[in-house]
Design a protein around this ligand. Sequence first.
Ligand code: ADP
Ligand code: MG
Length: 720
Amino acid sequence: MAHLRFEALNKLTGRQRVHVEATNPKISEFFGENSFGMKQMLGSLAPAVYKKVSESIKNHEKIDADTADAVASAAKSWAMSKGATHFTHWFQPLTGGTAEKHDSFFDAISGIEKFKGSELVQQEPDASSFPSGGIRSTFEARGYTAWDPTSPMFIYGKTLCIPTVFVSYTGETLDTKAPLLKALKAVDTAATKVCQFFDKDISNVVASLGVEQEYFVVDRALYMARPDLVMAGRTVFGHAPARGQQLEDHYFGAIPSRVYDFMKDFEIECWKLGIPLRTRHNEVAPSQFEVAPLFEEVNAANDHNQLLMDVMSRVAERHELKILFHEKPFAGLNGSGKHNNWSLITNTGVNLFAPSSSARDNLLFLTFFVTAIKAVHEQADLLRASIATAGNDFRLGANEAPPAIMSVFIGKQMTAVLDELEKKGNVKIEKGDNMYMKLGIDQIPEIILDATDRNRTSPFAFTGNKFEFRAVGSSDNCATPMTALNLIMAEQLTQFHAAVSKEIEKGTEKRLAIVNVLRKYIKDSKSIRFEGDGYSDEWVRDAEKKGLNNIKTMPRAIDSYLSKKSVELFEKHNVLSHKELEARQEIKLEGYMKKVQIEARVIGDLAVNHIIPTAISYQNKLIQNANGLKGLGIDNKAVVDTIKEISTLTQLIKTSVDKMIDERKRINKMTDTHKRAVAYCDDVKEKYFDKIRDAVDKLELLVDDEDWPLVKYRELLFLR
Ligand code: ADP
Ligand code: MG
């Protein structure tokens, strides 16, 4: 197989840059030209119809048939004027990724292009190949997709894509978007109610999301020569390169020219689609990069992130590149995350997580700020569950990634403000007093966090005017963590509203009632706050003492979804039913096992069919050499030692692979899905993956470079 490696490396020398320039240098003139959002609707719908659509979106209501017909007709004209021939309902099934089924606008019976409101609103994809976690077999075999008007339609290729939710006929949701929309509705309702304590003009609260997407880029030929990358998205073997991250010259360094061309290319595509991309830069590890858009409303931002990943993968082909979205493609190097920057913004334009120079407004800010911390404190396990994936297990707690322990970082100044508020809580406030001054909340500076007061090690960090959920994995669909986060926030705000109302009923002045509840929240949630180094071993020990959970593996982490507390929460806010949660659990566990299974097979196959034969043939050369030396009467101890070492390592690999296969056979007979997943985790992955890898990586250092079959890390990573 070594010839594959060298053929691939040869291809590198012939690579040409694909120069890319936008035909129009003014982005504003083509931004969103392939997207049919509110702006385009305003331009093409009758005013009354447009008003109906925007009202329905704002109030999370269904759009009536006549309105849908009008929108469909406008969308069809717009799409056809852009050369589109087909339409599709675009949805996000529980397998991850996105799915679509294309239908032609052309109707052979009437001989004209048609697109009815009913086709916009609802479709029946062939649902049988999507996972339903048992729901479909027991209840209803078919499902439908339903238009989500809150996310803009877009043209991809020659197809008009319509963002939709995916639901079974008995009403159970089969995708990631439907629960997200429900959680966003819940947080809107709860937050608006709390806002009304402060400002009766606030009638809507929208959650916003800005996604920082990290990824690795490798050359296509090298990728194809690594079966592990092709099959599992990550390297299962590979010794760290001599020049790894130590030099730290990659971060913000010059972007390699081929990658730069690729970036410009996908950015142009994305801008046309209305994805507001803004920043691009190198990341910490070699060949690792990041792209971030301007934030948007959560649902649109997540759709855009899903689409972005797709666009990136497709555009990369033109540049002979492959994009790795896996959380941990290379051992020993930084993993990739998808930082979810999140805040809540009112219809009056107030960011509820932004402190201001007005003391009065700051009580509103503190209300949301403290309630968010309290929510994380109450539901840390659920947040942990929401980011649990097979890939993220390799990243969390390893090489510069947040640990699996949930905690909140808020910075020096906000710590001081909360400490002050907690201490001064018993201060008597007389008529005519400046309450804000007395409580020490009169001076929260507008820009709270400067660059030096950032904590990059925290899974959940306050960054001045938003929270950054940094523990989300790079390949994940943000809908899952965003559903959890907005749901727990909705619940905490509901409780906050009830507690304050109760105090007011008892006769406490409103603002003081608010402060009293906040003080209690600050005290109760102290243990979740952590300002130190989240990557340190010390934190792992301290967190345990504080009673914080450190759930390291996916199958255990997702247990929290089915706790009594969690089921009640999901059902109370009408986000997911018990049955739906159970079904999702089943799907997640099955998906997890499939991933471990595939990796185990790739490891076994590469080790036995590629690595061991290579090692043996190299060993034979050494044996010849050792005999030759002996014949000449020259000391051959060093060669003999290497021969022995190779024997030890190959034997270790062979026996480990055999035992791993036996374990899999044993585990596959287990009937309980959860137990089977845990066994895959503990008895296959944990027990054998690193053990086999370690031996293979040692062989890589022993065997002649000319013979080694797998493209090496130094070759994969230093792309120029
Ligand atoms: P960094 O964390 O690297 O300093 P930036 O300040 O550039 O990042 O912001 C990162 C992301 O956070 C961007 O996508 C940005 O649009 C987003 N963001 C900024 N403000 C908000 C907000 N109020 N709500 C949600 N996301 C936001
Ligand atoms: Mg950030």
